[in-house]
Design a protein around this ligand. Structure first.
Ligand SMILES: [Zn+2]
Length: 173
């Protein structure tokens, strides 16, 4: 079995330069290179490349490299945690504000306004109030789904607030 056909492969040229030709290919490869200018040039180019790489100095890491990397990671994590706390505080304040507005304004403002509106509608209003007497127990039975619907209505407000907040990553240089 022969491992060599035509010109040298890149791997064969590199093995020849490194002096690690396979036993099965060594005789053929060396014989071919001796009479082939193209392969001689290729082998020479690998030899030059190898010499150039050997001449390169491997840069030494500074003694505090690991400590420095860990410190930078810790600083970054602290910044992210700080931004998360700020975001939570803003969301909490916004949610608290919405709840407070509903509690304070709801009974005082919306109920009388709604009552006046209903009274202003006359017969239709009375019909509505009559039906609300009927609907009352149903509404109270459904108050949890209604509360959930109100919470869902507040989500777009929270989403809009979140868009106004600075991105947690922008502060990290
Ligand atoms: Zn050749």
């Amino acid at each position: 079995m022969t491992t060599f056909t035509g010109h040298l492969t890149d791997a064969q040229a590199q093995r020849l330069v490194d002096g690690v030709l396979l036993e099965t290919e060594a005789a053929e490869v060396e014989a071919h290179v001796a009479g082939c200018a193209a392969c001689q040039a290729e082998v020479e180019s690998y030899r030059l490349l190898g010499d150039a790489l050997e001449g390169l100095e491997i840069p030494e890491l500074p003694a505090d490299f690991t400590v420095g990397v860990l410190e930078r990671i810790e600083t970054r994590e602290r910044a992210v945690a700080h931004d998360r706390r700020a975001a939570a505080a803003i969301f909490g304040a916004a949610l608290g504000g919405i709840v407070l507005a509903v509690v304070l304004l709801g009974a005082g403002t919306w109920a009388p306004e709604a009552s006046r509106l209903v009274e202003g509608l006359g017969d239709a209003g009375r019909a509505l109030r009559l039906s609300s007497d009927v609907l009352g127990p149903i509404v109270s039975a459904l108050r949890i789904p209604i509360a959930a619907a109100c919470a869902a209505a507040a989500l777009p407000v929270l989403f809009a607030l979140s868009r106004l907040m600075p991105s947690p990553r922008t502060e990290i240089a």
